[in-house]
Design a protein around this ligand. Structure first.
Ligand code: NAD
Ligand code: ZN
Length: 656
């Protein structure tokens, strides 16, 4: 009896976890690897194969009115991690193998004259989100196709994967955390105009076509091939799509001839995985070549029976936990990470893995000296998969925050709630430190990511970062990591006023810090300042002077640690504000619209530095609209209406 209850609890627990992770995943925000997720689904399949949650396809976007109904359901794929399953599948049927592109499925419909009609996402398989507006701007998707011999006036629907080309990603790391969230993030945007620069570079790879006759009846595989004089064979269908102007990744589509045994299959797959492509794949799809048999096999509620995807488990390795480090997040939430005996996984040296929260540590019995298996599957920060051998001593969860105040337990997490001034949870101050120093190419978003990965606790930690550290964070490639490290290391000489501003001292805005720097000349003198010394200066009241000195004292340790890495240049303030005041954009309201060659965030930072204000709409108070081309956008029209000067990007950047 109790066993049954336990199993029931586990089933419910698994189902709710699966739903939870699905929701995050389809928003492009997954927090566990696919292998971890698939393990949950597998466990549920073993306990209760008919559980309804297992046949849910996708996860719909938030409620909206713009749903498009799919006349033929857009399904998922059957998946396996086992080579034997694949060998079995291809031994029974003549198959082809092709990339399973890690993007987002789209349905593109054309009318009987070959004109682009509308586009939708997969959604829950039956209804998708209308993304017609977005697709107008995706250059890679044809807006007109030419079907020769289309006497029967058939209508076709193309299905494929829209993806973010890898080579373009480095330009967008400050906007997106990963390839995965770049596509849903862009197609999910209500304001298409804001997403133009991304839409223009998205690529589309087609893997299927469906046809309908004048009366909207589905045209069978046999009729389709007769209609266009093709062999009823998937490969011929792809060639046909290629011919009418779609990209089909056909160069990566492999006909499978003779694979005698598992070893030759392994070799075959290794070669496929090793070939170079400008997109990420999350598997290889095996599909029956014969279109008529494929169609006759039909579908389950979840997937077509004639296709099977092979997924490669993320690489795993065994190692030992050397230490468990605590990190205070925004809102005071405590997260934990394991410092590991370094091991190499998928080409990267791994020294840390996330331990998530207090509950994860308790349930998994993780502790210093425990032997664990870790996994890295490309998408997420390395995670601990399981405990191999427990440690002798159990790990004692901390009772105090790094700020010495007691921690509060709430569900699975510990929080620092009792100290409103906890500097450790003061995430913003780290971002502030870097952004005040204007380290080129290191955006707030990058700092936050580094912070969230638990790699920095205080400003001095930035200077200890290595390329290898960054490579462990999702979205950081070799080149971008090298650039970030080079930028940080290149910014070690800091003028005094800037340094004081970057510390984020209470009442210590840029102007006040400039005055203090001018007065004191050296950091040593600043550290000796007393409240009375400030009170004799203009603009300091008792309270503000006290706050400033207090927070300077509080940050003394942080300052000392920084001095191990940075050199402070004695005062030369005053210069900056003169320079600012003379800048042509000083005090101006500037609006930017449409696609530009550089990320908007970069311009924003430059404008702020020049003392300009970036505004989101055009009104009579706006001084400039920056825009590369005339358009029908409301901002452009407003600019004409209010006589706002319109600058091209080139004109605009001349002064930056
Ligand atoms: N990490 C997580 O938290 C998490 C959560 C949920 C799901 N997932 C992962 O998502 C996957 C299940 O999601 P799914 O059902 O959306 O997709 P799927 O993996 O079942 O694959 C179906 C999709 O593959 C795409 N595709 C790419 N190339 C294709 C080709 N050549 N032929 C046919 N289809 C092709 C299509 O978009 C299609 O809709 C699993 O791999 C699972 O691990 C992960
Ligand atoms: Zn604290």
């Amino acid at each position: 009896m109790s066993l049954k209850i336990n199993a029931k609890n586990e089933i419910e627990n698994l189902a709710s976890q699966i739903l939870f992770h699905k929701k995050l995943y389809y928003k492009g925000k997954s927090i566990i690897s696919d292998a971890e997720y698939d393990a949950l689904e597998n466990r549920l399949t073993n306990l209760c194969a008919e559980h309804p949650i297992l046949s849910i396809v996708g996860y719909p976007f938030e409620e909206s009115n713009n749903k498009i109904s799919h006349s033929i359901a857009m399904l998922s794929l059957a998946k396996t991690y086992s080579l034997e399953d694949i060998f079995d599948f291809i031994s029974k049927n003549k198959c082809i193998a092709m990339d399973k592109i890690d993007g987002m499925a789209l349905s593109i419909e054309y009318d009987e004259n070959g004109n682009f009609l509308r586009a939708s996402t997969r959604g829950n398989g039956k209804f998708g989100e209308d993304v017609t507006e977005h697709v107008y701007h995706i250059k890679d998707i044809n807006k007109k196709i030419n079907l020769v011999n289309n006497d029967r006036k058939i209508r076709i629907e193309i299905r494929g994967e829209v993806y973010f080309p890898l080579s373009e990603f480095p330009k967008f790391t400050d906007r997106f955390d990963s390839f995965r969230n770049a596509v849903p993030g862009t197609l999910g945007r209500k304001d298409v105009e804001e997403a133009l620069d991304v839409l223009r570079i998205l690529k589309f790879c087609v893997y299927d076509v469906i046809a309908f006759d004048k009366n909207n009846n589905y045209i069978s595989a046999r009729d389709f091939s007769e209609l266009f004089s093709l062999e009823p064979d998937y490969y011929s269908k792809l060639k046909f799509l290629d011919k009418i102007g779609f990209y089909t990744s056909i160069s990566h589509v492999q006909e499978i001839e003779k694979l005698k045994d598992l070893d030759s299959l392994k070799l075959f797959l290794n070669e496929l995985y090793a070939s170079s492509r400008d997109y990420q794949i999350d598997g290889i799809v095996f599909r029956l070549r014969d279109e008529i048999i494929w169609e006759s096999l039909g579908n389950t509620a979840h997937h077509p029976r004639g296709s099977l995807a092979f997924k490669q488990a993320g690489d795993t390795a065994e190692t030992e936990i050397q230490a468990i480090e605590v990190n205070v997040g925004r809102s005071g939430k405590i997260s934990f990470r394991a410092k590991l005996n370094p091991v190499y996984l998928s080409g990267a040296k791994i020294s840390y893995a996330t331990l998530h929260n207090a509950e994860f540590i308790e349930n998994g019995n993780y502790a210093v000296e425990a032997k664990v298996e870790i996994i890295r599957s490309g998408e997420v920060i390395p995670a601990i998969l399981r405990l191999i051998e427990p440690a002798e001593k159990k790990f004692k969860l901390p009772t105090q925050c790094l700020c010495s105040f007691p921690l509060t337990r709430k569900g699975p997490d510990l929080f620092c709630l009792e100290n409103p001034n906890c500097t450790f949870k003061d995430q913003e101050s780290l971002v502030y430190y870097v952004s005040s120093l204007d380290i080129m190419g290191v955006s707030d978003k990058i700092v936050l990511k580094i912070r969230e990965a638990g790699l920095v606790q205080e400003p001095a930690d930035f200077y200890k970062l290595t390329v290898e550290d960054l490579l462990q964070i999702e979205g950081f490639a070799q080149k971008s990591s090298e650039n970030v490290i080079a930028a940080i290391q290149g910014a070690r000489k800091i003028p005094l006023a800037k340094f004081l501003t970057a510390l984020g001292l209470k009442r210590g805005g840029a102007v006040k810090c400039q005055e203090v720097a001018k007065k004191c000349k050296t950091l040593n003198n600043v550290l000796k300042l007393k409240v009375e010394d400030l009170l004799i200066e203009k603009g300091w009241a008792q309270k503000s002077a006290e706050d400033f000195i207090d927070s300077l004292v509080n940050k003394e340790k942080i300052i000392q640690n920084l001095l191990e890495f940075v050199t402070i240049i004695n005062d030369n303030s005053g210069l900056l504000s003169e320079e600012q005041k003379n800048h042509p954009y000083f005090g101006k309201n500037i609006c930017i619209t449409g696609a530009l060659s550089r990320p908007r965030e970069e311009y924003k930072a430059m404008l702020e530095k020049a003392g300009a204000k970036l505004v989101s709409a055009v009104s009579s108070k706006t001084d400039f609209l920056v825009c590369n081309e005339s358009s029908s956008s409301s901002k452009y029209k407003d600019a004409l209406k209010h006589n706002v000067k319109i600058l091209t990007e080139a004109e605009f950047s001349e002064h930056l």
